[in-house]
Design a protein around this ligand. Sequence first.
Ligand SMILES: [Zn+2]
Ligand SMILES: [Zn+2]
Ligand SMILES: [Zn+2]
Ligand SMILES: [Zn+2]
Length: 483
Amino acid sequence: MASWSELREELAGRGLAVASVPGKGRALVATRSFFPGEVIVWQEPYVSTPNKISEGSNCDNCFASRNLRKCSVCRVAWYCGSACQKEEWKLHQLECRAIAALTEDRKKMLTPTIRLMVRLVLRRKLQNEKATPSSGTDNYNLVDALESHISEVDKNQLVLYAQMANLVQLILPSLKLDLKEIAHTFSKFSCNAHTICDPELRPLGTGLYPVLSIINHSCVPSAVLIFEGRTAYVRALQPIGKNEEVSISYIETAATTMKRQDDLKHYYFTCTCPRCVKDSEEDALLEGYRCKDQKCDGFLLSNSENKAYTCQKCSISRDGEELKKMASEVLLLSDKASSFVSSGNNSEAGSMYKTVEEIERKLYHPLSATLLHTRETLLKIYMKLQDWQMALMYCRLTIPVYERVYPPFHPMIGLQFYTCGKLEWLLEYTEDALKSLTRAADVLRITHGTKSEFMQELLGRLEEARAEASFRLSDGDEQRIGR
Ligand SMILES: [Zn+2]
Ligand SMILES: [Zn+2]
Ligand SMILES: [Zn+2]
Ligand SMILES: [Zn+2]
């Protein structure tokens, strides 16, 4: 099987090295400079699976969502065509046989995580027997070297991993599995597996990309991970110099330091990025109340026992009791609104969340995360209701907060400008659409490259908007000249 020196060689060829950083363990470091938008590293998964099993949401091989057909033997795998089925066949035929032999009850226990493990065991077997090739970036040794943090996993979780390992053995009775090792590998999945997302960052599946697992987290990352199908691309978000570490973010970063640290517990480390160590004003904005003076953008800090909150800019105070009352009203209404969403009553949900947003506007700072999330929800609801005007209003309101919490070339900013542009185009605000689509393309060119179907569609829309805008402009000129 391929060795470490082969991985080092492959990475060196790409201008990268694996270094050990004190307090962080392994890290991926640039040995040359990378420009914004440049692909730093890309990788196919060692193993992957779509999140929805037996429903047929994505092709097992390319993650396409169109023209899917079920494997008629196991009824679990889906393919978009015979080419994909053929590419997966060596691995799937072993998996297929095992799944087809299961009772219907056992089949129901086949979660994406279990399936990922079954495929991992079989993939290793195929490579060990040299039935499929391996390389410096595609071999089981890399999976073996992943951190499991097993000593930090709590007892209940360990019991669960042991039960899951037993299930894998039941699915693969012809193999003699090391159950302890399998349990450890489940623990590796939990802190190393990557969520495979579509270009709009909606989760589709799970994959193991051991080379990408070398890349550490930062809340102000220098790079971003984007998938095309199930192929993972890490692109530079900013110029990365020689000897600089490559970092991506593992979590949603539009959150307070406390929330981010909490989300990162799952990965067993404490982030020490510049945003996390700075005891910052940003947190006071993200979770704080707004100033009583609607024109003031200062942030508030509480006095003794939260009796009053005082603006740090103009010194006006707000009564703690009153704020608490408003906050509990918001909570009550939000609960009702979200139950309307789950029952599919979008128009009731929309008007309820509108009330929530109005109260939150009086309560929270304009840059608060709570207000942002309410507006994101309203955007989604009005999109479903096809009320483009309302959707556009809430979409526009989210952008200033995104621009504050994300680095300038963050996919979320690009995607939000894209949504804005599409809505403006529908509403025939051609000039605005042109501006928004231009901003979207400027950001997404860096994060997503230009070659994917998704980007080609965006660039096509941009061209269309440009043509329409210049047509309108010349049309207007003629009218003026005619007059
Ligand atoms: Zn396919
Ligand atoms: Zn099958
Ligand atoms: Zn951080
Ligand atoms: Zn103030």
